[in-house]
Design a protein. Sequence first.
Length: 177
Amino acid sequence: MHIHRFEKLWIGLSLFLIACFIGIVMFGFTVLDLKVPGSSQTGEQVNPMTVLSEGPFSTPGVRKVEEDHYEVYMVAQKFLFRPGSGQPLVLPADTRVTFHVTSPDVIHGFEVVGTNINSMAIPGQIATFGTIFPEPGTYGVICHEYCGAAHHTMQGQIKVVPKSEYDESNLVTASAQ
Ligand SMILES: [Cu+2]
């Protein structure tokens, strides 16, 4: 059977591209040890039916882990972020912050505009990631996964204040867990 040489060329290029894609994925999983969201080694699991009534997500907010390290337990739910909607979530600048985000209802998005913070909030799973806000300022938070009729209203704010002005009296105390 005669195959035109251009056709051979394109078949060859296609196979090469497919081999590259598979190679990159294999490289990521083996050498770089990347994980997909939701694999049991990475994401912590949580029961979406009880997440609002027990555990740290029943009292969402900011907790102090140690000096210069805070963590935020955040619930993304129809159609608000707790904390973040209504009143801004206040965090200190130039300080390590670890976010734990989950959803009790449907899939939501959690994006802090102007930063590289961009995660999904999946019922039953806890998305955990760390960041540092270098400068004081106000950041918008939006949901970027369509989650229902009022999805377009689902937004919040993060207010980053200088470390010296950070008021620790609003922290969620460990005993409230
Ligand atoms: Cu949403």
